[in-house]
Design a protein around this ligand. Sequence first.
Ligand SMILES: *Cc1c(COP(=O)(O)O)cnc(C)c1O
Length: 396
Amino acid sequence: MSHDVKHLSRSTQAIHAGQYADEATGAVAPPIFQTSTFAFTDCAQGAGRFAGTEDGFIYTRMGNPTIARLEEAVSTLECGYGGLATGSGMAALTTTLFAVLNQGDHLVGTSSVYGPSRVVIERDFSRFGIASTFVDTSNPEAVRAAIRPETKLVFIETPANPTIVLTDITAIVEIAHEHGVLVLVDNTFASPILQRPLELGADIVMHSMTKFINGHTDVVAGMIVPKTEALFKKIRSVHFYVGACMDPHQAWLALRGFKTLSLRVLAAQEGAQKLAQWLEYHEKVEWVRYPGLASHPQHELSQRQMDGPGSLISFEVKGGLEAGAKLLNSVKLMTLAVSLGGVESLIQHPPSMTHATMRPEDRIEAGISDGLVRLSVGCEDVEDLIADLQQAFDQV
Ligand SMILES: *Cc1c(COP(=O)(O)O)cnc(C)c1O
């Protein structure tokens, strides 16, 4: 449908993938096909569409032209076979798990994955006979040790939330594939601008598009990008029926946000690098974790695996929980809110917010200390962000 963008740079692809003038009207911006169903010209056409022998749309839960553009756009940047858009990042995860796992199967996951991802696996998928083991996947040997004969999936998140610990995708893929196990990567934190797991051998990528891909803090959405046609068909057959679909208007907003993905990711990253360097020398800061700092234990891996360190920073305020709370309550320009990847800077306290549902011992195991603060650096002028944090530190 659109012109071939495969050979173009990521920033150009973000603007042009899935974007083409509307055939009927010439509209440059994509039309929003806000319809639940699509008319067939006759019974034979309807039958052909259901049988898959004829291209075309049937019903929006099973596909829609506005959503299809977004699926094409994200899948192009991720170098996948195709995309499957979902109503949220969690819907992308649960749809994928429904599709690739069966009763009696086992999965190995990153211990510090997004809190609700772990909850849905440990609390809900376990009720259907799916077992799981969460380990520190930054150590590939821990993954090897956790794999059992019934393991069918390794689920990694890198950089992981909120510890900013990295997992070596290539090393995990090698171990998993040796055992015939699929690798699913949650690429939300890096976005395809900074990291492309499918190129590193992973089988499926998922996103919470709520974060960087949409980037304007006004949409909740998700995406699944499988690497092969076989996996795409397998997951799509479940996606059709579980009802994790996206709304066309939501897709249109995400598609608009996607055009500036590269600009936003790179601008936020530039600010984050400066802010992290400033925090590292701040007298009231215990430690800073940011892959762009030489002090990050996996600084070298970040340079090898990613095209940049991104814009998420975690740090610990000296004085623990109380000092951290004082800092968070004192920021003015930054917003005290969960979520990340928007143009505005957001600051939050994972142990009492996003990761509060984890057992305290699991939090410690995952490296989420009581005073940990997570900062999602936005696209504001970094001098303004530094001034805001400084006046907040003055209150501590
Ligand atoms: C937010 C997030 C999710 C869940 O996405 P929703 O869009 O909120 O459902 C999953 N993984 C990561 C890494 C996230 O940050």
